[in-house]
Design a protein around this ligand. Structure first.
Ligand SMILES: NC(=O)c1ccc[n+]([C@@H]2O[C@H](COP(=O)([O-])OP(=O)(O)OC[C@H]3O[C@@H](n4cnc5c(N)ncnc54)[C@H](OP(=O)(O)O)[C@@H]3O)[C@@H](O)[C@H]2O)c1
Length: 266
């Protein structure tokens, strides 16, 4: 697995495992398989209601805690005290003594209060890094002027049709990573069957999914694809052994529509 260094000096796996819409036995089985085939970062959120299933998989894996990177998100518009309570609740549900990364799931009206409680948890070492999700440039800019601890990353919708060009420029300037959610557009629009991806897959002897992940890796974007299928989980990990030529990178960049597929940020 490849790692990047966050702006607070903590190492993060470049590619992790997404767990949205995964619960119960399916979640336990998929996270267990993901850990077995080499994933070390697990992305979850209060909204996914799968912390306890993930906890079981983490424990069963017997992987030392320091080798894991577990991240979750505060998914409601809580106030300061409620957020403090919720952080303890997340830790309890995940059976962990600390989280590697905690995000605010969306730009809530209470985001500053939520983050204040997160900063306190950071100072108490309950959380190793703090971040945000779905913050557009304007919201993030204002937010950063008011917080003491800079977020390490912003997890946002990022795929071939919505490549987040201007947000990426801003994040780079502030040494904040972009982490892509739904790199395959959650398999909802047939992107994996796009003729350009089929051509590139043939040219590089890779799959369309691997072409997409390698493209975003080359752009310096962190990844958390989701799969409940062992074969595809492994496929999504095998993206570090080839490089797309500049001309092919450009062709993929040309697919950007600049618009959210899921209707965020508008
Ligand atoms: N912060 C946020 O607001 C937010 C929002 C959405 C998602 N997320 C995070 O981002 C993660 C990823 O996004 P996502 O789950 O929405 O969608 P995604 O990773 O873009 O796509 C998942 C879909 O693609 C299929 N798939 C996976 N690998 C494949 C491959 N190699 N070939 C063909 N199909 C493949 C999966 O099917 P199978 O399972 O059958 O393989 C599943 O249907 C989430 O799980 C979650 O952790 C965060």
């Amino acid at each position: 697995m490849e790692y990047k260094l966050l702006n607070n000096g903590i190492k993060i796996p470049v590619l992790g495992f997404g767990t949205a819409r995964m619960q119960g036995e399916e979640c336990y089985k998929s996270v267990s398989e993901a850990l077995e085939c080499g994933y070390r970062l697990i992305d979850t959120a209060q909204m996914y209601e799968n912390h306890k299933d993930i906890a079981r998989a983490l424990q069963a894996s017997q992987i030392p805690r320091e080798e894991l990177f577990v991240m979750s998100k505060i998914s409601h518009n809580f106030n300061f005290l409620q957020t403090k309570e919720q952080i303890y609740r997340i830790l309890e549900e995940l059976s962990l003594e600390y989280l590697d990364l905690l995000l605010i799931h969306e730009p809530y009206s209470n985001s500053l209060e939520i983050y204040e409680a997160m900063q306190e948890a950071y100072e108490s070492k309950l959380v190793k890094s703090l971040g945000v999700s779905n913050f557009n440039e304007k919201f993030l800019f204002k937010f950063m002027q008011k917080v003491a601890i800079k977020p390490v990353l912003n997890q946002c919708e990022t795929h071939l049709l919505y490549q987040q060009k201007s947000l990426r420029i801003m994040l780079l300037k502030h040494d904040i990573f972009l982490q892509s959610w739904s790199p395959f557009i959650a398999n909802q629009n047939g992107i994996l069957k796009h003729p350009l991806l089929n051509d590139l897959a043939k040219k590089y002897s890779k799959t369309p999914a691997q072409i997409i992940l390698n493209f975003f890796y080359r752009l310096g974007i962190l990844l958390i694809p989701k799969s409940s299928n062992l074969q595809r989980m492994k496929e999504n990990l095998e993206i570090f052994d080839f490089g797309l030529e500049d001309g092919d990178l450009q062709k993929l960049k040309n697919l950007d529509t600049g618009k959210s597929f899921f209707g965020w940020y508008e």
